[in-house]
Design a protein around this ligand. Structure first.
Ligand code: HEM
Length: 184
């Protein structure tokens, strides 16, 4: 498990490094993107904020799951930890988060798509189409995972590519550097 944490950290460092390189390139190549102050873009900003909180909420569930011993990570981080000792309040909270994930997930994808549509997307700066593709990716494979008629193999593949942090790390880092390029 420690090895997989190391793997995630190395992966994150590589994505940050590639993003910084591309950020410098885009910063010097493209003129600054002026902020539009229209009625729709003001609403769009609100969707952006809600989308960010929704993503944090989704990944908090995954962290909670790991910390509650639903993954091997908990045993490493908390050596004395016994999953049975976890208060039932946390169990209940996790149960609630698990039951609502599909709805929160669909709402998150919709909110982020609305944010992009209302703000307008500078397609030539690759951070933005990449975030769009990754959000659609999470939504699509989440749907295949939920859909009862998905063939077994597709379900297995969907779990592999949906239920992990790697896409989320890319979404967070690309969105952060993309927003740094916006003039405000
Ligand atoms: C941006 C949107 C989404 C993100 C970031 C996201 C992220 C995740 C993550 C990290 C997991 C693994 C959680 C864990 O094991 O604790 C997961 C599981 C899952 N997701 Fe999503 N998801 C999103 C949208 C969706 C959508 C739209 C659906 C269905 C329509 C969906 C259905 C599922 C299912 C069925 C699981 C596995 C069962 C579970 O752990 O509850 N997700 N998702």
């Amino acid at each position: 498990m420690i090895r997989s944490i190391k793997g995630v950290l190395i992966y994150t460092a590589v994505i940050v490094f590639a993003s910084v390189v591309y950020f410098v390139y885009a910063y010097t190549q493209y003129p600054p993107i002026p902020e539009r102050e229209t009625f729709l873009s003001e609403i769009g900003e609100g969707f952006g904020e809600v989308g960010l909180w929704a993503l944090l909420f989704i990944y908090a569930r995954t962290l909670l799951k790991l910390l509650m011993g639903k993954g091997a990570l908990a045993k490493r981080l908390l050596p004395d930890y016994s999953p049975h000792a976890a208060t039932s309040m946390f169990q209940q909270l996790l149960g609630f988060l698990n039951r609502t994930h599909v709805y929160v997930g669909i709402a998150t994808v919709a909110i982020i798509l609305l944010h992009i549509a209302l703000m307008g997307m500078p397609m030539d700066i690759l951070f933005f189409p990449a975030v769009l593709a990754l959000v659609v990716w999470q939504g699509l494979f989440g749907m295949f995972l939920t859909w009862r008629y998905s063939p077994k193999e597709l379900k297995k593949f969907s779990y592999l590519v949906h239920a992990q942090f790697l896409t989320g790390i890319m979404i967070g880092i690309f969105a952060y550097f993309g927003h740094l390029l916006l003039d405000n």
